[in-house]
Design a protein around this ligand. Structure first.
Ligand SMILES: [Zn+2]
Length: 374
């Protein structure tokens, strides 16, 4: 099942006229529910990230200054949001959502966060609307927890995470993330970003592809498609983080690239399909999106979630009209096993990832029951 971290605290109350489109965090889940891409059970509320996980990435001094609200004015100005207890709590909840998303990704192939992608946060300071670096924190968490074979409960299989790839396709370079993992061989940082855009002093990712202002879909997608598959092959990661910023759009007021909503969707499809095909679990954080029209932001972000549903969970083809054959196969497959009185799980069955209870519920909707005389 697609699991998405969301908490009402994501929408932080900003002073009137602030340029950050905070309402997107509330509107996006509403849109996904309204259109039927998600059901309420797709969303979960993360808790508050522990100090221990934060200190695996951030300095004690920075964390204490956040907790005591004692950051100096220039440090707060760099972050770009007024500092408060709620803002700090919000940062912790978002990062916990990314950690939980990783666990879901190990279970279901993908896990997502309605916020996050706070890649401008460094170990010792925040900037560019980023307080704590959610994917860096989650990467450290995975490397620690799954250093040796760990049990993934749902599939009762062993999992080990030794190498992580961070695919940062937000229009702004993930300077904080690049710096944090500068000397960490287990984490490979990859970024495609606007060369002429913030941050003006770029850090060095393991692989940077800066693109000039005005780059459109064709060149952008070409660079991605010729790089990412080779990179994955060379690095052989056990886990991928994807930062799906939608500030690459032509309408974005902070973006400066010329990509269309369709191009942005094609980008998401390419990355997610690749992860799915290569069976590499992927956690997706949302990143930036600053188009003046909120409906364009929502549409572009919603596409990331639509793509995840379609690619990872709707193989049955709710949206894929050319996939009717597969749809038939799935049901037939379930019924075939039921007829034999077996409860075997077939990879092509929609019940493959379900719990026993969910499977039985599904059977209730089928004509043939598990205990039918057949
Ligand atoms: Zn951005």
């Amino acid at each position: 099942m697609l699991k998405i971290a969301y908490h009402p605290i994501y929408k932080y109350q900003l002073p009137p006229g602030h340029r950050f489109p905070m309402e997107k965090y509330e509107l996006l889940p509403q849109q996904l529910l309204h259109e039927g891409t998600c059901r309420p059970e797709n969303f979960f509320e993360p808790g508050i990230l522990s100090e221990e996980e934060i200190l695996a990435v951030h300095t004690k001094e920075y964390f204490e200054n956040l907790m005591n609200l004692t950051l100096d004015k220039s440090a707060v100005r760099k972050i770009g949001f007024p500092l408060s207890e709620t803002l700090v709590k919000r940062g912790r909840v978002i990062s916990q959502g990314t950690i939980d998303g990783c666990e879901y990704a190990l279970k279901y192939g993908v896990g997502m966060n309605i916020a996050g992608g706070t890649h401008h946060a460094y170990a010792g300071h925040g900037e560019g609307f980023c307080l704590l670096n959610d994917q860096a924190i989650a990467a450290k968490y995975l490397l620690k927890k799954y250093k040796h074979d760990g049990q993934i409960a749902s599939q009762a299989r062993n999992c080990v995470v030794k190498k992580i790839l961070i695919v940062d396709l937000d229009v702004h370079q993930g300077n904080g993330t690049a710096k944090i993992f500068e000397k960490e061989e287990k984490v490979f940082t990859f970024s495609i970003h606007g060369a002429g855009n913030y941050p003006f002093k770029k850090e060095k990712s393991d692989l940077d592809i800066p693109v000039p202002d005005g780059t459109g879909d064709e060149i952008y997608l070409q660079k991605l498609k010729e790089t990412l598959p080779k990179l994955i092959e060379a690095q052989n990661p056990d886990f991928i983080f994807y930062l799906a910023g939608v500030d690459i759009l032509e309408t974005d007021k902070l973006g400066r690239l010329n990509c269309t909503v369709e191009g942005c969707k094609a980008r998401d499809r390419f990355v997610l399909q690749l992860c799915k095909d290569l069976k590499i679990p992927v956690q997706v954080s949302m990143g930036g999106g600053y188009s003046p029209e909120i409906k364009i932001i929502i549409e572009a972000h919603a596409n990331t979630f639509r793509m995840a549903q379609e690619i990872f969970f709707w193989i049955m083809g709710k949206k894929k009209k050319d996939n009717k054959k597969k749809k038939g196969l799935k049901k037939e497959c379930c019924e075939k096993y039921l007829k034999k009185g077996e409860h075997k799980r077939c990879k092509r069955c929609p019940c493959f990832d379900m719990t026993e209870e969910q499977r039985l519920q599904r059977f209730e909707n089928l004509e043939i029951k598990p205990n039918s005389k057949n």
